[in-house]
Design a protein around this ligand. Structure first.
Ligand code: CA
Length: 230
C-alpha cells in the first residue's frame, strides 16, 4: 500500500520537523511547506492525502488557505487538520467553518496527532461495508446488516455489528484494544479501552453458541477464529 502523503504547512521549523519525524516513523510520507505559497506549489506538483495546516502563518493565514482549498476542485476533498494554539476556541470554530475536518490544539502528543490523522483519513475512505463475510458457519452480510449462525439469524447491536465485521474481515489475527478502538470506533478516539471489553462481552452474548469464536488473547487483545476451542 502507498504511504499516505501528509503536507505539513507550518512556519516553525522545529515543530514541523518533529511532526515530520513522527509521521515518517508511523508509515506516512510527510512533506513540509513553510507558508501558503510553498504549500500551493507542493499541491500543484502532487496533491497530498491530508493537509496539516497551522493557523498562524506568515502571509496568508491557515484559515484563508483552508477556505481557498475547499473551493478548488483539485483540493476540495483533501482532509484538512488545523493546528491551533491552546484556548483559541473561536479560532477552532472558524477553522471548522472554513472547511477544516478537525483541529489539534498545540502542544499535542504524537499519539493524539496520529489518532486524529487516522480518524480523518478513515472518514474520507470508510472500510467497504457491502460485502458478505463467512467464517465457518458464521456469516455476516454488511449490505443487509444481518448476522447468521448455522443459517439462523442473530440479533446483534450496531456497535457489536461493526466490531464483528472488523474481526471477521481480519479473522485469525489478534487485535489489541487500541487497534480495535482505532478501526471500529475511529472517530471517537478518546473512548477508554475498557469500552472494547464491554462490547466484546455483548457481542459474545449475541453470538450464543458461536461466542467461542471470539477468543481473548491474554495480554494482547481479541481474535476471531474458525478453530474455536470451547
Ligand atoms: Ca505558526
Amino acid at each position: 500500500m502507498k504511504k499516505p502523503r501528509v503536507l505539513i504547512v507550518e512556519d516553525e521549523s522545529s515543530i514541523a520537523e518533529l511532526i515530520a519525524v513522527n509521521l515518517r516513523h508511523n508509515g506516512f510520507d510527510p512533506i513540509w511547506a513553510e507558508d501558503g505559497d510553498a504549500a500551493q506549489r507542493e499541491i500543484d506538483t502532487a496533491p497530498p492525502d491530508l493537509i496539516l495546516l497551522d493557523w498562524m502563518l506568515p502571509g496568508q493565514s491557515g484559515l484563508v488557505l483552508a477556505r481557498q482549498w475547499r473551493k478548488e476542485a483539485r483540493t476540495k476533498t483533501i482532509p484538512i487538520l488545523m493546528l491551533t494554539a491552546r484556548g483559541d476556541e473561536p479560532d477552532k470554530i472558524a477553522g471548522l467553518d472554513a472547511g477544516a475536518d478537525d483541529y489539534i490544539t498545540k502542544p499535542f502528543s504524537t499519539q493524539e496527532m496520529l489518532a486524529r490523522i487516522r480518524a480523518v483519513l478513515r472518514r474520507r475512505a470508510p472500510e467497504t461495508t457491502t460485502e458478505r463475510v463467512e467464517i465457518g458457519e458464521l456469516a455476516l452480510d454488511a449490505a443487509t446488516h444481518r448476522v447468521t449462525w448455522q443459517g439462523t439469524p442473530l440479533k446483534v447491536g450496531p456497535t457489536e455489528f461493526k466490531l464483528l465485521a472488523h474481526l471477521m474481515r481480519h479473522a485469525e489475527r489478534v487485535h489489541s484494544r487500541a487497534q480495535l478502538l482505532d478501526k471500529v470506533w475511529g472517530d471517537h478516539v478518546y473512548i477508554e479501552e475498557r469500552t472494547v471489553d464491554v462490547h466484546v462481552k455483548r457481542l459474545r452474548e449475541s453470538l450464543g453458541s458461536a461466542s467461542a469464536m471470539i477468543e481473548t488473547v491474554r495480554g494482547a487483545g481479541y481474535r476471531l477464529t474458525a478453530q474455536a476451542t470451547v
